[in-house]
Design a protein around this ligand. Structure first.
Ligand SMILES: C[S@@+](CC[C@H](N)C(=O)[O-])C[C@H]1O[C@@H](n2cnc3c(N)ncnc32)[C@H](O)[C@@H]1O
Length: 242
C-alpha cells in the first residue's frame, strides 16, 4: 500500500517543521482515490454534498427491511439510491426486492466505476442530480446530506461550512424525483427533515433505527448547533395529493 511505503519518509518528516503538512499534501496528490475526494471537496456547495465515499455492506438493515416491507405492494418498485458510492446500498436493497428497478447515482467517478465492476447488471449513473424526468417510489439519501468538516469541528454556526439552506435545496431536489405516495429515507444528515418546508407535504413513518445511534451533531434552520437533541426520524411518506 502507498501508505506503508511512505512510512520511512513520515518518520523523518516528524522531525522537520512543516514536513508533515507537506507530506499529507503529497499523499493526496499521489493517491488517485484521495485526489478525487479532494476535487469533490472543492466542489462542495456547488452540487456536491458529503465528499467522502465511505460505505458498508448492508449498512442500514432495519431501514432496508422496513422499506422493502413498505414497498411490497408494488410489483417492480422504482428506487433511487442518491449518493450510492460503490453500490453496496443498491445491492442490499436488491437482495430484499429482487424485482425492483434500482438506480444508483453518485458524483464520484471512481466509486461509480467500482459499483459497475462489482455489479455489471446494476444501473449506476455518474451524476450529481437525480435522473431528469424520472420518478421513483422510494428515494434514499443516506450519509449524503452532510459535511465531514461539520462532524470533525462541530462549529456553533454551520453557515461557513454547509448552511441549512443547502440541505433544504438538496431535499427539494430529491422531492422532485419522488412519486406521490413515495418514500423518502434520509439518515446520517446534519440537519432535520422536519425543519424544511418540504416536510409539510409528508407523513413521518414511526420507524426508528435501533441498530444505529440517532444523529446528534445537528444544526437548525438558523444554522445554530442544536445541543443534545438526537433526531431519530428517518422515513417519510409523500402525501398522495402532492
Ligand atoms: C458517505 S457516502 C454514502 C454512501 C451510502 N449512501 C451509505 O450510506 O453507505 C456519500 C456519497 O455521496 C456522494 N455525493 C455527494 N454529493 C452528491 C451529489 N450531489 N450527487 C450524487 N452523489 C453525491 C459522494 O460522492 C459519496 O459517494
Amino acid at each position: 500500500m502507498l501508505s506503508d511505503r511512505l512510512e520511512p519518509f513520515r518518520r523523518i518528516a516528524r522531525h522537520l517543521p512543516y514536513a508533515m503538512a507537506l507530506g499529507r499534501r503529497l499523499h493526496v496528490l499521489l493517491d488517485p482515490e484521495l485526489r478525487t475526494v479532494a476535487r469533490l471537496k472543492r466542489r462542495q456547495g456547488q452540487g456536491v454534498f458529503q465528499h467522502w465515499p465511505h460505505t458498508e455492506v448492508d449498512r442500514y438493515p432495519q431501514l432496508f427491511d422496513a422499506l422493502a416491507e413498505r414497498l411490497s405492494g408494488i410489483e417492480a418498485p422504482r428506487i433511487l439510491s442518491f449518493g450510492c458510492s460503490s453500490g453496496e446500498e443498491v445491492r442490499a436493497l436488491r437482495q430484499r426486492l429482487p424485482q425492483a428497478r434500482i438506480t444508483g447515482v453518485d458524483t464520484n467517478p471512481r466509486a461509480i466505476a467500482r459499483a459497475r465492476k462489482a455489479d455489471a447488471d446494476g444501473r449506476y449513473l455518474l451524476a450529481e442530480l437525480p435522473p431528469a424526468g424520472e420518478q421513483f417510489d422510494a428515494v434514499l439519501a443516506l450519509a449524503v446530506l452532510r459535511h465531514g468538516d461539520l462532524e470533525a469541528f462541530a462549529p456553533e454556526d454551520c453557515s461557513a461550512v454547509m448552511p441549512f439552506a443547502r440541505f433544504a435545496e438538496g431535499v427539494a431536489m430529491l422531492e422532485a424525483a419522488l412519486a406521490p405516495g413515495g418514500w423518502l429515507a434520509i439518515f446520517n444528515a446534519h440537519f432535520r427533515f422536519a425543519d424544511t418546508d418540504t416536510a409539510a407535504r409528508y407523513d413521518v413513518d414511526p420507524l426508528r433505527l435501533t441498530d444505529h445511534v440517532a444523529p446528534d451533531v445537528i444544526w437548525g434552520p438558523d444554522n445554530r448547533r442544536l445541543h443534545r437533541q438526537p433526531y431519530g426520524e428517518v422515513l417519510f411518506r409523500k402525501l398522495r395529493d402532492c
